[in-house]
Design a protein around this ligand. Structure first.
Ligand code: ARG
Length: 398
């Protein structure tokens, strides 16, 4: 038997290598994807080999991740429950796709992942794999073994798996954000300890002067920073750095998982928070009122599908088509100030702007015909006026 395992190099997926060999008597091929976690792929491959992997793959998929996952999330203003930029969620279908790709290349029988039975990630991995190749068997060791976090350490020691500096938290990282769960965070009333944060400084320790930035978008895609063109991976890395320095993108929330559990989640997503804020503001400038209000509901549905693991649900593609069409006007610049944990929009402009100074102004350049408003309001309120008449008529009768 041959199994392709999504391998991060961390303790849990390292245990998976041994556990799969012991419990399924299978060859284990590891697959590690560079999604912006700043990992040493060589070292991870060496570690996998030492643990007995029969073959190892590592692939830098950052460009694919940005183009096909992060950019659609920006266009959809994707913030689950208004707070979480779905950073972990969008990485899972991509990992699932590569698991299938390598499994087919290697003629493997199964794929495996390290997600537990309580989370969203198992759903996301497995829906992706099943949509792409339902013949592949899926093994989720963490769902089968009875290892809690303490017993996992025991298992690792027994099997000579290096434990390293295992954190008290469960962490997932990619270009779009860093997710931190479990350990002391499980008390939802307790403030996260400072050790939780790696990408962001505490707002009170952030620089005392605001930093001004300008982001340029072309058809909904961020393409420039401070007047200079910048490649898409570089732009996100740069904004993670700048935003992190100013304490931006710390998120602390109670989140509704698909499985039905409420959980306490902490995130660090500086670039996502900055770019989503900027993108949405540009849409306000260039889309009509009808488009803006309607798109909110489409964006929410898109985000929900993605959070719930339905990346390959055809409706998601349908919504992508709608969203893409709305982005043809979303070209322009957004100026922001980064300061003490906030990314505040302070200016916006676009060749496609629908803002008309002659209509908006209160000074003498005003071109708006105020008299039109009177008739408009009469007709706008006419249905309620008629209903009001009926109400008063009926009162008199009773
Ligand atoms: N709750 C988030 C989600 O469902 C993040 C999960 C992160 N995973 C982790 N191992 N910390 O997308």
């Amino acid at each position: 038997m041959k199994t392709v395992l999504a391998y991060s190099g961390g303790l849990d997926t390292s245990i998976c290598i041994k556990w799969l060999q012991e419990n399924y008597n299978t060859d284990v091929i590891t697959l590690t994807l560079e999604l912006g976690q700043q990992i040493d792929l060589k070292k991870i491959e060496e570690k996998a080999k030492k643990l007995g992997a029969s073959k190892t793959y590592s692939i830098d998929v950052r460009d694919e991740f940005v183009d096909n996952y992060i950019i659609p999330a920006i266009k959809a203003n994707a913030m689950y429950e208004g707070k979480y930029p779905v950073s972990t969620a969008i990485s899972r279908p991509l990992i699932g796709k590569w698991l299938v790709e390598i499994a087919e290349r290697e003629k493997a029988d199964a794929v495996a992942h390290g997600a537990t039975g309580k989370g969203n990630d198992q759903v996301r991995f497995e829906l992706a794999v099943r949509a792409l190749n339902p013949k592949l068997r899926i093994i989720a060791p963490a769902r089968e073994w009875d290892l809690n976090r303490d017993r996992a350490i025991g298992y690792a020691e027994e099997h000579e798996i290096p434990i390293g500096s295992r954190s008290r938290y469960s962490i997932d990282e990619n270009l779009w954000g860093r997710s931190i769960e479990a350990g002391p965070l499980e008390d939802p009333m307790k403030k996260p300890e400072e050790e939780v944060f790696v990408w962001t400084s505490a707002p009170e320790k952030a620089p005392d002067r605001p930093e001004k930035i300008e982001i340029e978008f072309e058809k909904g895609i961020p393409v420039g920073l401070n007047g200079e063109e910048i490649d898409r991976v570089g732009l996100i890395q740069k904004l993670n750095e700048m935003g992190g320095k100013h304490g931006i993108g710390r998120i602390d929330m109670i989140e509704d998982r698909l499985i039905g559990i409420k959980s306490r989640e902490v995130y660090e997503c500086p670039a996502a928070v900055i770019l989503l804020e900027a993108h949405k503001e540009l849409e306000r400038l260039v889309l009509t009122r009808e488009e803006n209000l309607f798109k909110e509901s489409i964006d929410r549905k898109w985000t929900q599908l993605v959070y719930f693991g339905q990346w390959y649900e055809p409706l998601k593609k349908d919504l992508d088509a709608f969203i893409d069409r709305t982005q043809r006007m979303v070209t322009g610049r957004v100026a922001m100030e980064l300061y003490k944990g906030n990314a505040r929009v302070v200016g916006r402009g676009s060749p496609n702007s629908l803002y008309d100074l002659g209509l908006a102004t209160y000074d003498k350049k005003d071109r708006f015909d105020h008299k039109l408003a009177e008739g408009f309001i009469r007709l706008w309120g006419l249905p309620s006026e008629i209903a009001g008449r009926r109400r008063r008529r009926n009162w008199k009768r009773t």
